[in-house]
Design a protein around this ligand. Structure first.
Ligand code: ASP
Length: 449
C-alpha cells in the first residue's frame, strides 16, 4: 500500500534552479502535490558543462574585492543570471535594491560567507514570488555558535516555532547567522543540510531532495556502464558508501533527519517520473531482494605491515604502534591483523615525505622483526544490509576477484556484517569492482572484465 504523505520538505539543487526553464520544472513538481509545503532552494547552478555556478561567481567577486581587483564583470554576470530567470518566468519583481545592498557591502569589505550566501538568498526571493509561498530568511531561523559550529538545538527550537503556523514557505539553503548577527554558511553543497534541518523542525513525513540524477547508483558509472539504481538504502549503508566516495548528498545532511527518523528521497527534477532512491532509518518492511546494496571504492592508500613473533602476547603493542600515528595527527583507516602481524592502512597523502620517520618511530616503539610499506592500494567497500547472516557472501566476492586474477592485499569485515572491505592494487581496481558488480548485480559476463 502506498504511503500518504501530508507534509514534505523539498530541496532543489543548483541545476534544478539554474534557469527559468528549470525553475518551471521545479515549480511544477512543487505544485503537483499540496504536501510539498516547505521548499529549500540552492543558488543557480550550471546550465551546461562549461557554465559557472552563481556561488562561484559570488566567491570570485568577494576574492577580487578583497584583493583590490575589479569584480564588476563577475557581478554583472550574476545580475544577468537572475534577471534572465525573472524575465523568463514573466515575473514582475526587481532585485535591483538587493544587488545594490550586496555591492555596497562588498565595497565596505564584507565577509566571504555573506557574499556566497546571497546566491541562495536571491534565488529564494524569486522562487517564493513565483510559487506564491512565504519567504523566510534562513538567517532568522538557522544559528551557529561563536565558534562557528551549527547550533542544532537553538535552530530547532526557533525554526519549529517560526514555521508552526506557516502554511507554505521558502527557506533559502546554505546559510544561517552567528551570535553577532553576521551570516555564516555551511560547507559547499550545504543546502542539503538546510533541507534536513527544516525537515526536522517541521516534523516532515519525508525530505525530498531534487537533483539531476535519479538517486544513488549501485556502482560508479565511470567504471560500470549504466549501473543499476539503488531503490532503498539505510542511513548506515549510505554512510559506508559515502565514506568510500559515493556522493550525491552532503554528508552532514544525514544527522538532522536521522535523529528524527525522517526518510530522504533523492529525486531527479528532469525525470520526475523516476522514484529515485529512498534513504530510510531501517529497511524493515522494504525488501529490494538484493544481497548487495552498493559498491564504492577509493584509491590512494598505503598499507604498513608490521611483523613480530609472539606479538599477540606483547601487552600494549597495538597501542604503541597507533601512538606513532596519533602523535603526528595521522588518522588510520583500517587495522587488519593476524597473530604475529598487524597492518595499518592509511591515506597515502598523510605520510608523504615522512615515511622514513614513521618507520623509524615504529621500530623504536615496538622493535618489529619486519616492517614494510605497500603503496598505491585501492579500497573497495561492498555494502549491503542483507549480507548479515547470509553464508557464502565473502566466498562469492573472493571467487569473483580470483576469476579475474585480482590479488587481495587486505580484507576487513565490519562486525555488523554491513560491509566487506577489500584492498587491491590500484592497477586492478576497476577490474575488481567490475567483477564484484557482475557477480552480485547482474548475470555473469566475464568477458567484460
Ligand atoms: N550554492 C552552494 C554551493 O554551490 C550550496 C549548495 O548549492 O548547496 O556550494
Amino acid at each position: 500500500m502506498e504511503r500518504i504523505f501530508e507534509k514534505k520538505v523539498v530541496k532543489f539543487g543548483g541545476s534544478s534552479l539554474a534557469s527559468a526553464e528549470q525553475f518551471k520544472k521545479s515549480a511544477d513538481i512543487i505544485k503537483a502535490e499540496e504536501s510539498r509545503r516547505f521548499v529549500v532552494p540552492s543558488a543557480p547552478g550550471k546550465r551546461c558543462g562549461n557554465d559557472t555556478k552563481v556561488t562561484d561567481l559570488l566567491i570570485s567577486c568577494y576574492k577580487k574585492s578583497a584583493s583590490g581587483e575589479d569584480w564588476s564583470a563577475d557581478f554583472a554576470e550574476i545580475k544577468s543570471r537572475y534577471n534572465d530567470i525573472i524575465s523568463g518566468l514573466g515575473l514582475n519583481v526587481s532585485l535591483d535594491a538587493e544587488f545594490e545592498v550586496i555591492s555596497e557591502n562588498l565595497k565596505k569589505g564584507t565577509t566571504q560567507d555573506y557574499t556566497a550566501s546571497r546566491g541562495e538568498y536571491l534565488n529564494g526571493i524569486i522562487l517564493a514570488n513565483y510559487i506564491g509561498y512565504e519567504f523566510v530568511d534562513a538567517a532568522e531561523v538557522i544559528f551557529f555558535d561563536a565558534e562557528g559550529r551549527f547550533d542544532a538545538d537553538k535552530t530547532n527550537e526557533v525554526m519549529s516555532k517560526r514555521l508552526a503556523d506557516v502554511k507554505n514557505a521558502v527557506v533559502p539553503g546554505f546559510y544561517g547567522s552567528s551570535p553577532d548577527g553576521s551570516i555564516k554558511t555551511f560547507s559547499r553543497g550545504g543546502s542539503d543540510i538546510t533541507g534536513a534541518i527544516v525537515s526536522r523542525a517541521v516534523c516532515a513525513d519525508i525530505y525530498e531532495n531534487w537533483t539531476d540524477v535519479s538517486g544513488f547508483l549501485m556502482c560508479d558509472p565511470r567504471i560500470i556502464d549504466d549501473p543499476r539504481p539503488i531503490s532503498i538504502i539505510t542511513y548506515r549503508e549510505l554512510r559506508e558508501l559515502s565514506y568510500m566516495g559515493a556522493s550525491v548528498l552532503h554528508e552532514d545532511s544525514i544527522f538532522p533527519v536521522k535523529v528524527a527518523g525522517i526518510p530522504i528521497n533523492i529525486r531527479n527534477t528532469n525525470r520526475p517520473e523516476d522514484s529515485g532512491t529512498l534513504i530510510v532509518p531501517s529497511a524493515e518492511g522494504y525488501n529490494s531482494g538484493d544481497l548487495i546494496t552498493g559498491i564504492a571504492g577509493k584509491k590512494g592508500f598505503a598499507i604498513i605491515r608490521i611483523e613480530k613473533d609472539m606479538m599477540n602476547q606483547e601487552l600494549g603493542f597495538g597501542m604503541r604502534v597507533l601512538k606513532v600515528f596519533a602523535d603526528r595527527g595521522i588518522p588510520f583507516e583500517h587495522l587488519p591483523s593476524g597473530i604475529d602481524t598487524m597492518c595499518v592502512v592509511i591515506n597515502e597523502n598523510d605520510i608523504k615525505d615522512i615515511e622514513d620517520e614513521i618507520i623509524t618511530d615504529i621500530c623504536k616503539a615496538v622493535n618489529p622483526d619486519h616492517i614494510d610499506i605497500s603503496h598505491s592500494i585501492g579500497l573497495i567497500a561492498i555494502v549491503g544490509r542483507n549480507m548479515a547472516g547470509t553464508p557464502g557472501t565473502a566466498a562469492r566476492i573472493f571467487s569473483a576477484l580470483a576469476r579475474v586474477g585480482v590479488n587481495i592485499r587486505m580484507i576487513d569485515q565490519g562486525s555488523s556484517e554491513l560491509n566487506i572491505i577489500v584492498g587491491v592494487e590500484e592497477k586492478s581496481f576497476n577490474r575488481a569492482i567490475k567483477s564484484i558488480y557482475l557477480e552480485f548485480c547482474i548475470e555473469y559476463e566475464l568477458q567484460d572484465c
